[in-house]
Design a protein. Structure first.
Length: 459
């Protein structure tokens, strides 16, 4: 592999200086960042990223939950080059392009049965905005004009645009914007750690569903849709819901005529050991959003997939103005769609989703070893989504004070040991690329274990 021009033209120090001078980083307190020596990535190779100084790191969070096969993958590179030789972009407003059509067909074939119409956009947040607007307008067209509200889950995360933040519920991220947002009804996500309903999963499920049914039975005339991260609530700390809850939600939404939106931006495309997390409970939502892994972590393409029923709600004579008035400049981008097709084909060829399912059992096995560490409170896992919650005292689940930045410290140590991670508060997130082999997972888990034990057992 040839060294990139960037590396030969500029030293690390020069790049670091320009980085600090010109870039405002997302979800980053820049004051802290300016004091630190940042990693500057120059290349990727398989499950590793390589910085401009030649240091190699395991990509332990799949570049924030996106990566599937790894970096610099021949088949994916080739798909982009092929498409680039044809056309990089043309609009989807009133026209079509070849990769967007072929990808939509492929996606529908993979979807839970009944989801048939693909609406493209370019990030998870936009896919959620689209789902919200679709659900809202659907009821307007159906003449049930009172159905305007949304139910969301406490601690939910659906992206950072204003609509997506409105259906979000993580105070730390969302509180500052509260006066800009539309109000939602917030229901508790059925956690099993520190649950008010005790530790028995069936009780937690039943009580949580009862609470939801009470709300729906009283107010379903006002409610357009319920939005939920199915099976795993991601950004709140990798919370895995107990079995039976998602199916229960689906049944209640059907009974009370409320649309169900499943946000599979994080869980979709194999991450939990099924192609979509909804499959764990044989659920078909009315609208499903996905993004992150769709292009294998290569380019920004996201999708909002609806049932025929929703789609037909928008059909009408031109004068009726039932058009779905939404679109983005790069909607259906051909380069992105081409690499998404290549990603899905490679997943099929390698039987990757099955592979993730099999390796999750191995991961679960190895993770039990972490529970002996003095400050590990809870270990949560579904497929290749893992969250390890660090606590001051596992005996009573007493959290570490957030000011201790225990998660940040563990991840800093992991970086020194050769793996890039990013915590969610006191939860250490481990989300390896889906194609990571057993041997690769072993090395990554060793670093994870060492980082946690070194940092927490001396503090
Ligand atoms: C990451 C995420 C989003 C937002 O996706 P972006 O591409 O970052 O806008 C939305 N929903 C869930 C569940 C996510 O994990």
């Amino acid at each position: 592999m040839s060294r990139s021009t960037l590396e030969t033209q500029f030293s690390y120090e020069e790049l670091a200086e320009m980085n600090k001078k010109y870039i405002w980083h997302p979800f980053t307190q820049m004051k802290d960042y300016l004091e630190d020596n940042p990693v500057i990535i120059a290349e990727g190779k398989g499950r590793k990223l390589i910085d401009v100084n030649g240091n190699e790191y395991w990509d332990g969070v799949s570049s924030i939950w996106l990566n599937v096969h790894g970096h610099n993958i021949e088949e994916l590179n080739e798909a982009i080059k092929q498409q680039l030789g044809k056309v990089a972009h043309s609009t989807l407003l009133g026209m079509a392009n070849v990769p967007a059509i072929l990808l939509a067909e492929k996606v529908v074939a993979l979807m839970p049965k009944g989801l048939t119409k693909v609406f493209y956009s370019d990030s998870g947040a936009t896919s959620v905005e689209i789902a919200i607007k679709m659900a809202f307008q659907y009821w307007q067209h159906r003449g049930k004009t009172g159905k305007k509200q949304f139910i969301t889950m406490k601690e939910a995360y659906h992206g950072d645009t204003i609509g997506a933040v409105s259906v979000g519920a993580i105070d730390l991220f969302h509180k500052a914007y509260s006066s800009l947002l539309f109000e939602c009804i917030k229901m508790p996500y059925p956690t099993t750690y520190r649950s008010p309903y005790g530790i028995k999963k069936s009780v937690i499920v039943n009580e949580s569903l009862k609470e939801l049914e009470k709300l729906l039975s009283e107010r379903s005339d006002e409610i357009a849709a319920l939005i939920i991260e199915p099976i795993v609530q991601g950004a709140s700390g990798i919370i895995v819901m107990p079995e039976g809850y998602l199916r229960g939600v689906r049944e209640l939404c059907t009974t009370y005529d409320v649309l169900m939106i499943a946000d599979e931006v994080a869980t979709g495309f194999g991450r939990t050991g099924k192609m979509f997390a909804c499959e764990h409970e044989q659920v078909t939502p009315d609208i499903l959003t996905a993004g992150k892994g769709l292009t294998g972590g290569y380019l920004p393409v996201a999708i909002t997939v609806a049932t025929d029923e929703i789609y037909k709600g928008f059909l009408g004579d031109y004068e009726e103005q039932k058009t779905f008035f939404h679109g983005h400049s790069y909607t259906g981008n051909p380069l992105g769609c081409a690499v998404a097709i290549a990603n899905l084909e490679l997943m099929e060829k390698r039987n990757l989703v099955k592979e993730v399912e099999l390796l999750s059992d191995y991961l679960a096995d190895r993770l039990t070893g972490f529970s002996q560490l003095a400050h590990v409170g809870d270990i949560r896992q579904k497929g290749f989504m893992i969250g390890i919650e660090l606590v001051r005292d596992p005996g009573n689940a007493e959290p570490f004070d957030w000011k201790e930045r225990i998660g940040v410290k563990v991840c800093r140590r992991a970086k020194e040991l050769g793996m890039l991670l990013r915590p969610l508060g006191n939860v250490i997130v481990f989300m390896p690329p889906l194609a990571a082999s057993k041997e690769e997972l072993d090395v990554m888990l060793d670093i994870l274990y060492l980082s946690i034990s070194e940092v927490t057992e001396k503090s």
